[in-house]
Ligand binder design. Structure first.
Ligand code: ATP
Ligand code: MG
Length: 394
C-alpha cells in the first residue's frame, strides 16, 4: 500500500467517527462494536495497515518537528478498560519520543486543587513541533466531577461560583481554551474510546482471571461502573458542547482493540496531513553556509592522509608500493610550513628527520612520506600516537 492510498483510507476511516458539530451529536448513533468497512477476519491485514500507518505517522512527525510551527494535542478519554493505554502504546509506537510527551491525569493533587481546573493541563501542553498526548484531561472536570458532584466540595471554589451554571461555564472555558490553542497553532484532537458495558465487564473479568493482568484490576473501577448511564450522559453533553470543526471529537468504537487502534491512527495521520507539513526551506545565505560547511567536511576527509612525495619520481610508483593512499600534490597555498620546506628543500630527508615529522618512508623509497592531516600545522610535528598513527601504511 503506497502512502497516497494509505492516506485516503485513513481519511475515510477517520471521517466516519469524527464529530465536528456538537448540536447533532447523539452517542446512541455510534456503535462500540463497529468495524467500519472491515470484518473480524481482517484483523491481520489491519495489523499490517497499522504498521504502515505508524511509519507514515513517524515521517509526518519528523516534518512536524523539523518545521517547528504546529503543535498537536491529542486528548484521550474513556471509561476504564476501554484501551487508552494500549492505544497510546500501539498507535504511537513509531513516534520519536523526543517529539512526543504523554501526560496522565489522575485525581488532582493539593497543589493542583489550589489552581483553576485548566492549570495542570496547560502546564503540560505540547510545544511547537511536538505531539502531546493527554491520557485523561481537563474533560474529567465535566465527567467524573459531574457524576460525583461532591468532588466540587474539595475544589476550593468561592461559594457563589458553585451554582447551576457551573457545567455551562466549564464547557465555555474548555471551548475558549481550545479555540485559543487552535489560533496559536496548537491543534486539538479529542478521542472518546467508546467501549460497551458488556465488553468492559469481559475485560474486568480477564483482569481477575489472568495473573499477568491482575495488577490492572481495581475494585474502584467496578464500583464506578455502577454509574455507567450517568457517565454516558456526561460524555454526551461534554461532546455536544465542545465538538467543533477546529477541535473535533472522534467517537472510536472500542470493543475490538485492533480496530480502535486503526481508527485512532487514521485520525492522527489525517490530522497531521491536514497541516500541510514540509521540511523548512533554507534561505540563500544559509545555503551558502551549508555549502561552506560541506567544503570544510570534504577537505577534512581529503586530507586525512597526505602522501607527500619528495623530489622527482612518479607518484604512481609510490602508490603502487603504499597501498590504500591517494596522492595529493602539495598545494602552493598550503599553510603547511613543514610541507613546503619539505618539498622544496635539497635536504628533504634530513629536514624531515629534524622536524620529527610523524611520517615514514614507504619502505621502498626513502623519498616518500605519509603524514596525517594534522601534519599540516606545526603543532603536529611531534612524534606521537595520534589519529594519524593508525592510518600509517605498514
Ligand atoms: P489505568 O486504570 O489504566 O491506570 P486510569 O486513567 O483509569 O488508568 P487511575 O489511576 O485508575 O488511572 O484513575 C485515575 C482516576 O482519576 C480516574 O478515576 C479519574 O476519573 C480520576 N480523575 C482524573 N481527573 C480527575 C479530576 N480532575 N477530578 C477528580 N478525579 C479525577
Ligand atoms: Mg483506572
Amino acid at each position: 500500500m503506497n502512502d497516497q492510498k494509505l492516506l485516503k483510507l485513513s481519511q475515510k476511516l477517520a471521517s466516519e467517527y469524527r464529530v465536528t458539530d456538537g448540536k447533532k451529536f447523539r452517542l446512541k448513533d455510534f456503535d462500540s462494536g463497529d468495524l467500519g468497512p472491515l470484518k473480524d477476519k481482517d484483523k491481520d491485514s489491519a495489523a499490517e495497515w497499522l504498521q504502515r500507518g505508524t511509519e507514515l505517522m513517524s515521517e509526518l512527525q519528523d516534518m512536524l518537528y523539523a518545521q517547528d510551527r504546529w503543535g498537536v494535542l491529542i486528548v484521550i478519554q474513556a471509561m476504564d478498560a476501554a484501551g487508552k493505554d494500549s492505544v497510546i502504546k500501539h498507535v504511537m509506537s513509531g513516534i520519536n519520543p523526543q517529539g512526543c510527551q504523554v501526560t496522565s491525569f489522575k485525581q488532582p493533587s493539593t497543589e493542583e486543587l489550589d489552581h483553576d481546573f485548566l492549570w495542570r493541563c496547560q502546564k503540560n501542553l505540547p510545544p511547537r513541533g511536538h505531539i502531546g498526548i493527554f491520557n485523561r484531561s481537563y474533560y474529567e472536570e465535566v465527567l467524573v466531577v459531574r457524576v460525583h458532584p461532591e468532588i466540587i466540595g474539595h475544589q476550593k471554589l468561592p461559594e457563589n461560583l458553585v451554582g447551576k451554571d457551573i457545567w455551562k461555564n466549564r464547557y465555555k472555558g474548555i471551548r475558549h481554551m481550545e479555540n485559543y490553542l487552535n489560533d496559536q497553532g496548537i491543534i486539538v484532537r479529542k478521542f472518546f474510546l467508546n467501549v460497551s458495558r458488556e465488553e468492559q465487564k469481559k475485560r474486568f473479568l480477564a483482569r481477575l482471571d489472568e495473573p499477568e493482568k491482575n495488577w490492572k484490576f481495581s475494585a474502584a473501577d467496578v464500583k464506578e461502573r455502577q454509574h455507567w448511564n450517568e457517565y454516558m450522559a456526561a460524555y454526551e453533553d461534554a461532546i455536544s458542547e465542545t465538538a467543533t470543526k477546529e477541535s473535533p471529537w472522534y467517537i472510536v468504537p472500542a470493543d475490538h482493540k485492533w480496530y480502535t487502534r486503526l481508527v485512532v491512527a487514521s485520525a492522527v495521520i489525517e490530522s497531521l496531513f491536514s497541516l500541510k507539513l514540509a521540511y523548512p526551506k533554507v534561505d540563500r545565505s544559509t545555503l551558502a553556509d551549508l555549502q561552506a560547511a560541506r567544503a570544510t567536511l570534504m577537505s577534512e576527509k581529503d586530507s586525512t592522509l597526505v602522501l607527500m612525495i619528495a623530489g622527482g619520481g612518479s607518484p604512481g610508483l609510490h602508490v603502487a608500493k603504499i597501498r590504500n593512499f591517494r596522492i595529493r600534490p602539495l598545494q602552493r597555498d598550503s599553510r603547511s610550513r613543514v610541507g613546503r620546506t619539505y618539498v622544496r628543500s635539497h635536504h628533504q630527508h634530513r629536514l624531515v628527520r629534524d622536524l620529527r615529522l610523524r611520517g615514514r618512508g614507504c619502505g621502498h623509497c626513502s623519498r616518500a612520506f605519509v603524514l596525517d592531516d594534522s601534519a599540516q600545522t606545526d603543532r603536529s610535528t611531534d612524534s606521537g600516537t595520534g589519529r594519524g598513527e593508525r592510518n600509517r601504511p605498514r
